[in-house]
Design a protein. Structure first.
Length: 389
């Protein structure tokens, strides 16, 4: 019997939790439309309400401030808009300021025109340049509208964590609005939107063990809201039309509840990640681990070994039963350097491999990854010697 594969690509998608699967299966047996007033409809509505409570609790929000979407990309497209409402009054955002290492769903600018989007650089560790953001906000023309700033809390490739408290202070000082992409951070770092470090958070269920195809945006209050992207019926209090994905939302809620309970196990995940990095340095002393000098997620490391092409290594590891990635899953199949590494000034010809783990990752899986990588490096050395002969 073939050995089980070592799945080390949690940042692309975490394996579905049993509790999430059970919640989804139970929700599939509920026939009612959550907008219907009869018993079956009320049963579906209760599933959504309970899930909304669990998602809100995970990020310190009021349940009424959670709006479910089809995923993080839709949430980003909804929030990244020039058109807002403050109470009943329209409110304009005239510029969008994004981090150059952000996820593509943010870098695309949402509903802003390309000329309205300003990219803020990062340093060699991948941390946003606060002085550059401050200077950009200082010259923002408030007569045209307010500034909207969007930044990821934790990078999906390197795991580098951004200084959101400092960013929030700059944005507040400029009278702007701050959207934080918390997709990779939720369930791995404690989050509390009531602390004032974000006006909105973007979440995705499948990054924390829920199903694919469901996400949310969470607001600090309901007074300021974007003009809806998806219009139609009055679902989600009019902020996102369309019949809710009840099974998906049920899985999201169950995964969020489980993630809240598992936050204290992230210290164990960090120790396993650090052990893997130390062994990797022993295996390949010339390895480059990106963002190692910055604060990072406890589960992520991105690395390059000079002379070992990432695409070749990815295929070799896959054949050996080890799943890693060369960066964002949303960029798979695209030829070219990582925009994150380019922003850091670190893009190289070899590319980079990302290892991302979770609470279910075992030492045996890490050992299998290291042994498989050792085999690839040994073959590379043998081929180099043969070529030189």
């Amino acid at each position: 019997m073939a050995a089980a594969r070592a799945y080390l690509d949690y940042n692309a998608t975490a394996p579905l939790l049993d509790v999430a699967r059970d919640a989804m299966l139970a929700a599939l047996d509920v026939a009612g439309n959550p907008s219907s007033v009869h018993q079956e409809g009320r049963a579906a509505r209760r599933i959504i309400d309970v899930s909304r409570t669990h998602v809100a609790a995970l990020v310190g929000a009021a349940a009424e401030n959670v709006v479910f979407t089809s995923g993080a990309t839709e949430a980003a497209s909804t929030l990244l808009t020039p058109h807002w409402q403050f109470g009943r009054a329209p409110l304009a955002m005239s510029r969008l300021y994004v981090c150059a290492a952000d996820h593509p769903c943010t870098l695309s600018g949402g509903r802003f025109a390309p000329e309205q989007v300003v990219r803020i650089g990062v340093d060699a560790q991948g941390v946003i340049l606060l002085d550059e953001l401050s200077d950009a906000l200082a010259v923002h023309d408030g007569s045209e509208g307010r500034p909207l700033v969007a930044v990821h809390l934790a990078n999906n490739e390197t795991g580098v964590i951004q200084p959101v408290a400092e960013i929030a202070a700059l944005v507040k000082g400029a009278g702007g609005v701050l959207v934080v992409d918390a997709v990779q951070a939720v369930g791995r770092l404690p989050l509390d939107i009531s602390s004032g470090t974000a006006d909105f958070l973007i979440l995705s269920a499948h990054k924390l063990g829920g199903p694919k195809g469901v996400g949310a945006f969470v607001s600090a209050s309901t007074l300021l809201m974007p003009v809806p992207l998806v219009r139609g019926g009055g679902q989600e209090k009019g902020h996102r039309a369309g019949t809710e994905n009840v099974p998906g939302i049920a899985g999201f809620g169950a995964a969020a509840e489980a993630a809240a309970k598992a936050l204290d196990t992230m210290a164990d995940v960090r120790r396993l990640r650090d052990t893997a990095e130390a062994a990797l340095r022993d295996l390949a002393p010339d390895v480059v681990i990106y963002g190692a000098g910055a604060e990072r997620l406890p589960n992520t490391f991105l690395f390059t070994i000079p002379g070992l092409k990432a695409e070749t290594a990815l295929i070799g590891l896959d054949l050996a039963g080890v799943s890693v990635s060369t960066g964002s899953a949303c960029s798979s199949g695209k030829v070219g350097a990582s925009h994150v590494l380019e922003a850091m000034g670190s893009a190289g010809a070899e590319g980079a491999l990302r290892v991302s783990i979770g609470t279910a990752t075992t030492t045996a899986e890490i050992d299998r990854f290291l042994a498989s990588l050792h085999g690839l490096l040994a073959r590379r050395t043998t081929m180099s010697v043969a070529s030189a002969a």
